[in-house]
Design a protein around this ligand. Structure first.
Ligand SMILES: *[C@@H]1O[C@H](CO)[C@@H](O)[C@H](O)[C@H]1NC(C)=O
Ligand SMILES: *[C@@H]1O[C@H](CO)[C@@H](O)[C@H](O)[C@H]1NC(C)=O
Ligand SMILES: *[C@@H]1O[C@H](CO)[C@@H](O)[C@H](O)[C@H]1NC(C)=O
Ligand SMILES: *[C@@H]1O[C@H](CO)[C@@H](O)[C@H](O)[C@H]1NC(C)=O
Ligand SMILES: *[C@@H]1O[C@H](CO)[C@@H](O)[C@H](O)[C@H]1NC(C)=O
Ligand SMILES: *[C@@H]1O[C@H](CO)[C@@H](O)[C@H](O)[C@H]1NC(C)=O
Ligand SMILES: *[C@@H]1O[C@H](CO)[C@@H](O)[C@H](O)[C@H]1NC(C)=O
Ligand SMILES: *[C@@H]1O[C@H](CO)[C@@H](O)[C@H](O)[C@H]1NC(C)=O
Ligand SMILES: *[C@@H]1O[C@H](CO)[C@@H](O)[C@H](O)[C@H]1NC(C)=O
Ligand SMILES: *[C@@H]1O[C@H](CO)[C@@H](O)[C@H](O)[C@H]1NC(C)=O
Ligand SMILES: *[C@@H]1O[C@H](CO)[C@@H](O)[C@H](O)[C@H]1NC(C)=O
Length: 866
């Protein structure tokens, strides 16, 4: 018919293409016409990572269908289809065993005798007949049943679109075995009513269901639970935004990204690998009774245990009994929470902690001064089965919510990130508490909270008087009644009744009167001080002991307001203590108020204030301790500075900006730091600003202050502050600008001389900026590894922050936007403090002082700089 030979060639080529694409696709699918036989043949996922086939584990002769990694030499079974329905091996041949798919879309496993051993048991959801259902092993190791691709436009692209979860008739990811693979979900699909949980193999050569399980406990505050049979064995603690509350804080970058979802459709946990070429899985081991994350080590061709849970003696569920707190580094590991005592001292002393602790201090619901909360830092929160959550509530409202209900015993934030949000409250006994080192999770536990010993004494008095008097009266009433009854004289009966009545009234009067009296006492005290229940007051003796008597060895440094010491409390917690200079004229009341305000400031980029210590002349602030050192010890050290690559530095810059923004604007108080500098930035997982709020606090209307006392560090102070003592949020912005240039250049603003000229860092930066060569400023230890656009942006923002006139400097909100968004930046004018070294003659009297202090790089505290 005159077909062109060329067209014929094309047709043949097309046919060949179709043939090859089909034959290569066949290796990862089972169809009705191509079942999988037990003759050594297998399915292999498209990318070749996973393989499915028949196998016999260990010394067993039973035949199972399973999935394992094809790309590693150690056969690691990650999923078994018929774990509880093995095919007994026959002596002849196993090759008639087969896995196939029925018309209805059910996967079935047939043995040698053509009997169904296992099946997916789906009842048909649709009335329509299925279009040639197939079984396919996906690259994720998910074995799925779906409709075959009979549509005409089925090419590989639309194929991928098809591979969304909802499109599968069945998937193995809904029926996990003992292994959680990346991308698998552990938890509940509430719409389909499926619970996906892990169940260990009985032993290494028997895949049938063991009794160690790992699943999601549904509640208002869901969490993951390991169980032995029906017995709870270990809780992860609920998800707090940054991690599970019982999980130790990792000092290294984790290899997986964790996802936790809680909505009306699904509640699940899953993870993905940060580096796709790493092989890592989580599985349950019945023999060890552990859940382990193992990672494949290609060099050594073995699995290595990355994490094993339970991790320590405190991890098993409820180790210390109700209201007990487990602390791994203590002996014994169990301690009662502050304000509680062992229920049975005898048992407790023999290390039998099962009965837990009971209150040791009197507590009365909603009675003023006998009802409050004490903060416990770094805790794994209690069992959430007795909790309730409010998604959108602030911590303060959460506290109020808890106070309303007399069985509410504790509250905390749901999400600890960004300074905390959401609310969880607990009822009844608090079960399975643990101290988690360095965790950011706080919990507030209800108790009678006293500020100091003095308060305790007052409270005891206030309580004992009404109790003693009412008990006396009650006894009297009972005694009189009994006495009169005994005489059994009818005449006296009415008399005794009226006697009783009179006494009862008297008793009520005394009792109510006393209640009333209590409140009167309280209200007179109220104006005296802003009593905050949550602020822990530390005892001077305790601090003295914790710091080894303020020894030089424990001294961490010296700031503008006094020295800082490291201390270790008896419970093993490390704290940092700021011993404020005695010269401070502030009264105890003012001081306390300020500490309370500071303690309320909570942000990821601020060091947490734990409490204070006020005794006699001493005033101290207690902070959380940051084990890593401060920014200056890295930045200005030629070897350490190499550890700070550009992305870390940029991250630090943004973190400081966010922390400062919070201080200036987002917190309810408006706080001007006044001593921002590299040594006040502590490096941790999140960089944190310390020493904030030490300077005078100002109200919302008081953005600018004028102070007699200049506190700050030479080299960081804005001109108007150093010279006129005029501080404002803009003087902080100036200090931030310096800090920014220091981070970029790795040089101190002060104390560096540039050979070409006598400019300081600001001057040097400005000169290079004008010469259009700002990248020369960049720290040489960064070499070429930085992102030029980010560096340029930082330098420009830095110069804008250093403008001479405060009004020309941006506020921190704009700084954050300028740093993170590709907005067009203003062109900086000549910065302030260009004149090197000495401040001009406007400051006559104190200029000498300034210089002399600046020599040894200490912070200065000048009184009356004006
Ligand atoms: C299989 O063969 C072994 C010996 O070869 C024999 O002991 C066993 O009973 C046989 N099992 C079955 C099921 O035939
Ligand atoms: C297996 O049993 C099915 C019906 O249950 C039958 O249709 C099929 O032919 C049998 N196959 C063999 C190989 O006996
Ligand atoms: C299928 O149903 C049978 C009987 O209801 C049950 O014994 C078997 O465990 C089920 N199989 C699966 C895989 O759910
Ligand atoms: C559990 O751990 C032990 C010891 O590491 C190991 O020998 C065993 O194979 C593991 N069990 C399973 C099911 O992997
Ligand atoms: C769990 O199973 C093991 C044997 O596999 C058994 O010894 C143990 O008692 C079981 N535990 C529970 C709580 O059922
Ligand atoms: C989890 O989701 C449920 C339902 O959407 C909600 O009521 C509950 O507050 C959520 N819990 C948390 C901790 O977000
Ligand atoms: C991912 O892991 C592989 C193998 O361990 C390693 O060679 C590679 O550098 C890693 N990639 C990244 C981005 O870390
Ligand atoms: C491999 O094994 C050797 C010897 O057991 C060990 O020294 C080395 O650290 C291992 N390598 C890795 C990457 O674990
Ligand atoms: C939660 O808070 C946000 C912002 O504060 C608000 O827009 C939203 O409506 C709140 N949601 C609920 C359910 O109250
Ligand atoms: C701190 O207290 C412990 C135990 O109470 C005691 O052994 C130690 O000597 C004390 N240290 C100081 C410096 O007082
Ligand atoms: C950055 O710009 C985008 C769009 O212009 C905006 O949605 C986003 O909120 C900005 N980010 C910040 C931190 O302002």
């Amino acid at each position: 018919m005159g077909t062109h030979p060329f067209m014929l060639a094309i047709t043949i080529f097309k046919l060949l293409l179709v043939f090859f694409s089909q034959s290569s696709a066949a290796s990862d699918t089972i169809t009705q016409s191509q079942p999988l036989h037990d003759d050594g043949s297998t399915l292999v996922s498209k990318d070749g990572t996973f393989e499915l086939g028949f196998f016999s584990p260990g010394s067993s002769t039973n035949r199972y269908i399973g999935i394992w990694y094809k790309i590693i030499p150690v056969k690691t079974i990650v999923w078994v289809a018929n774990r509880d329905n093995p095919i007994k091996s026959s002596n002849n041949s196993n090759s008639n065993n087969m896995l196939t798919i029925t018309n209805e879309g059910n996967m079935v496993l047939l043995d040698n005798n053509n009997e169904t051993v296992w099946s997916t048991n789906m009842t048909s959801l649709t009335t329509q007949p299925l279009l040639s259902p197939i079984v396919q092993l996906l690259d994720t190791a998910n074995l799925v049943v779906k409709e075959g691709n009979n549509n005409k436009n089925s090419n590989s692209n639309s194929n991928n679109n098809n591979e969304k979860e909802g499109n599968f008739l069945w998937q193995s990811f809904d029926y996990p075995c003992d292994t959680l693979l990346p991308g698998m979900k552990l938890g509940w699909d509430l719409k389909k009513g499926i619970e996906r949980k892990l169940r260990a193999w009985k032993s290494w050569d028997d895949p049938s269901s063991g009794n160690l399980t790992w699943g999601m406990l549904l509640s208002s505050y869901p969490e993951l639970v390991l169980k032995k049979g029906s017995v709870e064995y270990h809780r992860s603690g609920p998800w707090n935004g940054a991690g599970f509350s019982g999980q130790p804080v990792l000092r290294i970058t984790p290899i997986v990204d964790t996802k936790f979802v809680n909505d009306s459709d699904e509640v699940y946990y899953s993870y993905s690998l940060r580096n796709k070429s790493v092989i890592s899985i989580t599985y349950l081991n019945q023999t060890l009774l552990h859940r382990q994350r193992i990672t494949w080590i290609p060099e050594n061709k073995t699995w290595r245990v990355y994490e094993s849970v339970p991790r320590d003696d405190c991890d098993p569920y409820n180790t210390c009994g109700p209201n007990g707190n487990c602390m791994v580094n203590e002996t014994p590991i169990c301690q009662c929470l502050e304000g509680f005592r062992p229920k049975s001292h005898q048992n407790w002393n023999t290390f039998d902690w099962s009965q837990g602790c009971v209150r040791s201090e009197p507590w009365s619901c909603r009675v003023k001064n006998q009802d409050g909360f004490r903060r416990f830092a770094s805790m794994k929160v209690p069992d959430t089965r007795s909790s309730w959550t409010y998604g959108n509530m602030s911590l303060e409202d959460c506290r109020i919510q808890c106070l309303k209900n007399c069985s509410c015993m504790a509250y905390s934030n749901l999400d600890i990130r960004e300074g905390g949000s959401g609310c969880a409250i607990w009822f009844g006994d608090l079960v399975d508490l643990k101290l988690v080192q360095a965790s950011q999770q706080d919990i507030y536990i209800r108790m009678a909270v006293s500020g100091s010993d003095e308060d305790t004494r007052k409270r005891v008095l206030v309580i004992t008087i009404p109790i003693v008097s009412s008990v006396t009266v009650l006894l009297l009433v009972v005694f009189v009644c009994i006495y009169l009854r005994k005489r059994k004289q009818k005449v006296n009966k009415t008399l005794s009744q009226s006697f009783g009545f009179v006494f009862l009234m008297f008793f009520l009067y005394v009792y109510v009167g006393n209640e009333h009296g209590t409140q009167n006492i309280v209200s007179t005290e109220d104006d005296e001080e802003n009593q905050d229940f949550e602020l822990p007051l530390f005892d001077l003796a305790l601090i003295f002991n914790a710091t080894n008597g303020f020894s030089e060895d424990n001294k961490l440094g010296e700031g503008g307001f006094g020295p800082v010491y490291k201390g270790t409390l008896r419970d093993g917690r490390d704290i940092a203590i700021k011993r404020l200079s005695r010269g401070s004229s502030q009264g105890i009341k003012e001081f306390k108020n300020e500490v309370i305000l500071c303690a309320k400031l909570q942000h990821r980029n601020l060091v947490k204030v734990l409490g204070c210590c006020i005794q006699e002349e001493e005033k101290m602030l207690i902070y959380e301790y940051m084990p890593n050192r401060s920014l200056d010890s890295f930045l200005f050290d030629s070897t350490q500075s190499k550890l700070l690559d550009w992305s870390k530095r940029f991250n630090i810059i943004c973190a400081i900006a966010r922390g400062l923004l919070y201080l200036h604007q987002d917190s309810r108080l408006r706080i001007i730091h006044r001593d921002l500098k590299a040594s006040n930035i502590l490096l941790d997982y999140d960089p944190k600003i310390s020493d904030f709020g030490l300077a005078r606090l100002c109200g919302d209307d008081q953005i600018e202050g004028n102070t007699k006392r200049v506190v700050g560090t030479y080299g960081y102070m804005a001109p108007e502050y150093a010279i006129d003592g005029l501080f404002s949020i803009k003087s902080d912005v100036f200090s931030f600008g310096i800090l920014l240039l220091e981070i970029v250049s790795g040089k101190k603003n002060k104390g560096v001389t540039y050979t070409s000229d006598t400019y300081n860092l600001i001057g040097h930066a400005w000169k290079l900026w004008k010469e259009n060569d700002p990248t020369k400023l960049v720290d040489t230890s960064l070499e070429e590894s930085y992102v030029v656009s980010e560096v340029l942006r930082c330098i420009q923002v830095g110069l804008l922050c250093l403008q001479h006139h405060p009004n020309d400097r941006p506020n921190m909100a704009s700084v954050v936007v300028m740093l993170t968004n590709e907005t067009i930046l203003a062109e900086p004018k000549e910065p302030g403090f260009l004149i090197e070294r000495v401040i001009p003659s406007e400051v006559e009297s104190s200029s000498e002082k300034l210089i002399s202090f600046s020599v040894n790089e200490l912070s200065i505290s000048l009184v009356d700089a004006r």
